[in-house]
Each structure stands twice: as C-alpha cells, then as structure tokens.
Design a protein around this ligand. Structure first.
Ligand SMILES: [Zn+2]
Length: 239
C-alpha cells in the first residue's frame, strides 16, 4: 500500500488553488490520489457548507482523485492541537499515503500556515505505535515524503511539477467552486470573475513553468536536500 499520494489542506478549494495539476499528473502516472480537507467551509462569505461539499465533489471528479473527505475543524479557526493531530492521524492510518502534500508554512491565511505544522505533526504522531487514534484502530503509519505546495507563498520553489497537459482540467476543477468563483454582480474585491481567474491561473502556472523550462508548472518546497545518482540526466537547463 505505498501507492497513495495524499493532500491535506485547510479549505475545500485549497488543493484546486495550488496543486490540482500535480494530482492529475500523478494520476496519469498510475498513482492513486486523495484529498483531506480539514474544514467544511461553513464560515465562507458565499455559499453554505453543503454547497461547498457539492462543489468539492465535482472538483474531485475533474481531478480524478480516488478519495476525498472533510474533517470538522472550525473554518477560520484551525488550531494545532493534539486532538486535531489525532483526528488527522486516524485518516492517515486508514488511507496510508506514501506522499503527503501540505500547504506552505507561511501565508496570509492563518488556517493555511497552521495546517502546514498541524499536518506535519499529524504525520509524525500517526507513526507512533503506542498512540491510539480515533476510528477503527488501523496500525501506525508515517508517510515517507512531505511536500509543501508553495503557489501562494513568495518563496523560491525547490522544484516544479510539469502540468502542461493538465492546465485546462486544473482550471476547470477550480471553477467547479461556482459559489466562490463564478462571475457575480455583487463581486466585491475578494471575489474575482471567471475571466480573471483564468488569466491569473494560467499566468501563475506559466511563471513557474518558465522557471523549470516547461510551459505550465506548479511549485513545491521540500525541506530535505535532493539526491542525484546521474548528473547527466538532471533536468532544467542552466545556461
Ligand atoms: Zn484556503
């Protein structure tokens, strides 16, 4: 069971905002992908938690994820508590992902940066044999690798995933959150119409693609160093 790649983010649509193309790229390579949303979106300015669940399920279908679920942490008040770590660890033990993607640990929204530390510490506690987690008592499991999706952080990525073939599907998954993104008269500064979402999404993906010498990309940070066996096949041209 080492074939899962899991995403753990604060809000429904965070994955679609930052690493949806990567999930599609992983799916195309035959890996199973899953999303754990920590909150249900009950504090959103627009739409109800039920609306957002429908939208999240639509987006999950577009991203071809095999599993998506949401915990019940309070939207707008995600806290790194032991209880919350155990809740997440229970899901990690049940699904047993090899790779986990978390939001980058700095950002504007407290739920985002808190989820980075909370997610990391949940991955740690999930591997402790003597710790009991809620649920059916699955054996301990610690993911092998943790990556941080850094799209909304002003930080130089460690690497970029080429999402060129998936950029339109990635955009479609984001626009599935109609209550948040569809063109609306009452607009307001927080919500931008569909055309602007499209332009911004493609511009960001193009920016990170250019850094890596491909058309469209999504950025990630890893805390560990990289390991190389053969210098002759390392991608991204230097000069
Ligand atoms: Zn968010």
């Amino acid at each position: 069971m080492g074939s899962w790649e899991g995403c753990l983010f604060a809000h429904r649509d965070d994955v679609e905002q930052t690493c949806g193309g990567t999930l599609l790229a992983m799916n195309a390579r035959g890996w199973r992908t899953g999303i754990l949303d920590l909150t249900r979106g009950e504090s959103g300015t627009r739409g109800t938690a039920a609306d957002r669940e429908c939208e999240a399920n639509d987006a999950a279908r577009i991203l071809k994820v095999a599993h998506r679920e949401a915990l019940d942490l309070p939207d707008g008040n995600v806290q790194n508590t032991y209880e919350n770590r155990l809740k997440i660890a229970g899901v990690l033990r049940r699904l047993r992902p090899r790779v986990v993607i978390l939001p980058y640990w700095q950002g504007r929204h407290p739920d985002h940066y808190t989820s980075a530390t909370l997610g990391y510490e949940a991955c740690f506690v999930s591997g402790l044999a003597k710790v009991e987690t809620p649920g059916e008592g699955h054996p301990p499991h610690r993911p092998f690798k943790i990556f941080y999706a850094s799209l909304y952080a002003d930080v130089r990525p460690t690497f970029v995933v080429d999402i060129t073939p998936y950029v339109e599907e990635r955009l479609r998954a984001l626009l599935a959150y109609r209550s948040q993104y569809a063109s609306q008269v009452e607009g307001g500064k927080l919500f931008v119409p569909e055309e602007e979402i499209r332009e911004r999404t493609l511009a960001e993906a193009r920016h990170y693609g250019l850094l890596a010498g491909v058309r469209y990309g999504e950025p990630f940070v890893q805390k560990e160093v990289g390991l190389v066996e053969d210098l002759m096949v390392v991608p991204v041209q230097s000069i």
